[in-house]
Design a protein around this ligand. Structure first.
Ligand code: SF4
Ligand code: SF4
Length: 679
């Protein structure tokens, strides 16, 4: 091989690659700071599990595609070393990496390299066939993806050609003992008449070597301009993934005067969100079960990330210039450069308001993205800008925000009637029972919605039956702030949270039980952001504890309308991993025949109410609650068990809309449990 040509090839391609990568990363310097280097041990474990272990590709969810990815990924890791070795042989024919060569390690590597070359070729073929013939709905058929698969496949073919002809030219080459694939190729070529002396053998050897390297290096240079850039960014992206609790939103800093309220421009995002945009592999796993996307709303979490990435790319020149000022510690100049942008704005332009408001924050996208991209925080950041900076939000929310501000509930119902639901039940307030063990935090729906007031009463009935020492705040209860926070009204939410914290402190709250997964999630995962932790349990956890302690003997046979299906609430399941406990309660009730929906547990389908969607009109596409009701009804169940007020209200509405009240009933698990005793 010609060392000068090899040197030139490497110099040109690596210089161009460095330039392209610098251009991609420089804009991140003008984005907002975000400390992602804490807790390095946990981060390293994430890399082992999620990057090297490829755990999110091996879930039952579309496993064939996942296996193809793992085969290509691991193949690429192993074969890259061989490519480095091959480039070195352009300068010295005997070059090998330290410790390799004809040592035991070297020969083991050669064997593995051949094995993984096969794995890449098989993986590319599987992925190609899957995409073209068996493409799941989540995926898009992009020409780019097919070109990339072919590119990688032919790189492997060239490598094989290089190795097979090497063994013809050097019959006693030490690697021939381990390179089973190369020897197989050599035998085929020799069978076709190639010998060490035929000039075509040397020519094919050169084609294999140069072909592999040119394809490899040109691929490297293509990476920063295509979706495959995740090959560069995914490791740092996963290492610097969010370590905050699953159910918590990012805290908006209200104390810092320079802090930006939400995201209106691409540079308002943190640099990590920018890195995430580059990392998106366009696999579509995030949208596979997105309730908004599947009911034809103008929201696909994948499209949000891709559109943001395209916008970031359009602003690259400007942001690079600004970043250079930033690096020189000239923030004023950097800001002035960014002000020059005259193109489309991010919020309201690249990402429409309808897209931003369509999200139910169900969390499916985040839970399934193999690159750990944080779609929900991304969308909430934009809502925060719309609400707090532009005061622009769907008209229906005006009343809702007003209700929170004045009466601490979204329906604007009189706060001095909040505790009316427990009149005559013998429930005590903290004043009457200062030594309460549990604060039963009822929540807005449990206090004001007629359907869920029944659940509050059922839970009181169960707790009284079991002798639980609890108290309710009644009219002194305030909203927990969850909905205002998810609607982007962070200022209002933090005000409510701080108010509650002071009140909880004053009455000595240590344990909270609630029948609302939204309140539960906020108390458990978000209140600690404000410096306070309580023992928080959901009512299903309390009921299960009581059944385990044999406080409840099994009741009588459940007299429902038919078999039961449990609908997983996103905030109980996906955000807090409570999948088995509600099912255990259903099974505890005699006579319950428990069925399962196809979309359940981790891949459950949202009812459509989360993220404040409960208070917004749903004018586009099919109603999410109708879709979910149909999925549950299709199981053959005639009792739909829930453990969340939003889910109950949404499914109940869907049932009534279909006029199926006679056929189906929607019940909370606490009601089912109590009914089995009452019967
Ligand atoms: S949180 Fe749910 S509704 Fe929102 S984008 Fe993700 S999957 Fe879709
Ligand atoms: S955001 Fe994640 S899940 Fe969605 S397409 Fe990109 S990589 Fe795939």
């Amino acid at each position: 091989m010609n060392p000068a040509a090899m040197g030139l090839l490497l110099f040109v391609s690596l210089t161009l690659f460095t330039f392209s990568v610098t251009r991609r990363f420089l804009p991140l310097f003008v984005m907002q700071p975000d400390n992602r280097l804490d807790n390095k041990r946990e981060r390293a474990i994430s890399v082992l599990k999620l990057f090297f272990g490829q755990l999110r590709f091996l879930r039952p969810f579309e496993r064939v595609h996942g296996i193809a990815h793992v085969m290509i990924f691991w193949g690429a890791v192993v074969v890259t070393l061989s490519t480095v070795q091959m480039a070195g042989r352009g300068f010295s024919a005997d070059f090998h990496l330290p410790g390799f060569g004809d040592s035991r390690v070297g020969l083991t590597y050669v064997f593995l390299k051949d094995l993984f070359t096969l794995s890449i070729m098989a993986g590319c073929t599987m992925a190609f066939v899957n995409r073209v013939f068996f493409r799941p709905a989540r995926m898009i058929l992009s020409a780019e993806a097919l070109v990339i698969l072919n590119w990688i496949f032919w790189m492997m073919v060239m490598d094989l050609l290089y190795e097979s002809t090497l063994f013809i030219l050097v019959p006693d080459h030490p690697e021939a003992h381990a390179a089973f694939l190369g020897v197989f190729g050599k035998n085929i070529l020799m069978g076709m008449g190639l010998t060490a002396d035929s000039p075509i053998t040397s020519q094919m050897h050169a084609v294999g070597c140069w072909g592999h390297l040119i394809l490899g290096l040109s691929f490297l240079n293509y990476l920063p301009y295509c979706k495959q850039f995740h090959e560069v960014t995914s490791l740092p992206s996963i290492f610097m993934r969010s370590l905050k609790k699953k159910g918590a939103l990012t805290l908006q800093d209200r104390e810092n005067e320079d802090a930006i309220f939400g995201v209106g421009k691409i540079e308002d995002f943190s640099w990590k969100r920018g890195l995430d945009m580059y990392s998106c592999a366009e696999c579509g796993r995030c949208r596979a079960n997105c309730p908004a996307h599947l009911t034809d709303k103008p929201l696909s979490p994948m499209a949000v990330i891709m559109d943001e990435r395209e916008h970031l790319k359009k602003k690259t020149n400007l942001m690079c210039r600004a970043a250079l000022h930033q690096v020189k510690k000239e923030p004023e100049k950097a800001r002035a450069v960014l002000e020059e942008w005259s193109g489309e704005e991010l919020v309201g332009g690249v990402i429409s308001d309808e897209t931003i408001w369509a999200c139910t924050t169900c969390g499916h996208c985040v839970a399934n993205c193999p690159l750990m991209i944080e779609h929900v925080d991304n969308i909430i950041d934009m809502r925060r800008h719309l609400v707090q900076v532009e005061s622009r939000f769907p008209g229906e929310l005006k009343q809702c925000f007003k209700g929170f501000e004045n009466l601490s509930n979204p329906w604007s119902l009189a706060s001095n009637t909040r505790g009316d639901w427990f009149k005559g039940l013998g429930v005590q307030t903290p004043e009457e029972n200062p030594d309460f063990e549990y604060l039963f935090y009822v929540g807005c729906a449990g206090s004001f919605d007629d359907r869920y007031k029944k659940v509050s009463r059922a839970l009181v009935g169960l707790m009284q039956k079991a002798g639980v020492n609890f108290a309710c705040l009644g009219n002194d209860e305030m909203c927990c702030g969850e909905t205002a926070r998810r609607l982007g009204n962070e200022y209002l939410a933090q005000h409510m949270i701080n108010f509650n914290l002071e009140m909880f402190d004053s009455i000595g709250v240590k344990k909270i039980v609630t029948a609302c997964p939204h309140c539960f999630n906020t108390f458990k995962n978000e209140y600690p952001q404000f410096g306070k932790t309580f023992q928080v349990i959901h009512h299903t956890e309390l009921i299960r504890q009581l059944t385990r302690k044999r406080v409840f003997a099994a009741g009588k046979k459940f007299s429902g309308k038919g078999p039961v299906v449990y609908h997983d609430s996103c905030y109980l399941g996906r955000y807090n991993d409570l999948y088995d406990i509600p099912r255990d309660i259903a099974r505890f009730i005699p006579g319950v025949k428990l069925l399962e929906a196809e979309r359940r547990e981790r891949t459950s389908f949202c009812c459509g109410a989360g993220g404040g969607r409960m208070w917004m009109e749903e004018k586009i596409g099919k109603r999410i609650n109708t879709e979910r009701f149909e999925q549950l009804f299709a199981t053959g169940a005639r009792t739909i068990a829930t453990a969340c007020p939003y889910c109950m209200i949404m499914l109940d509405d869907a049932m009534k809309e279909k006029g199926m009240e006679e056929e189906v009933e929607i019940m909370d698990l606490a009601q089912m449990m109590l009914r089995s005793f009452e019967d």
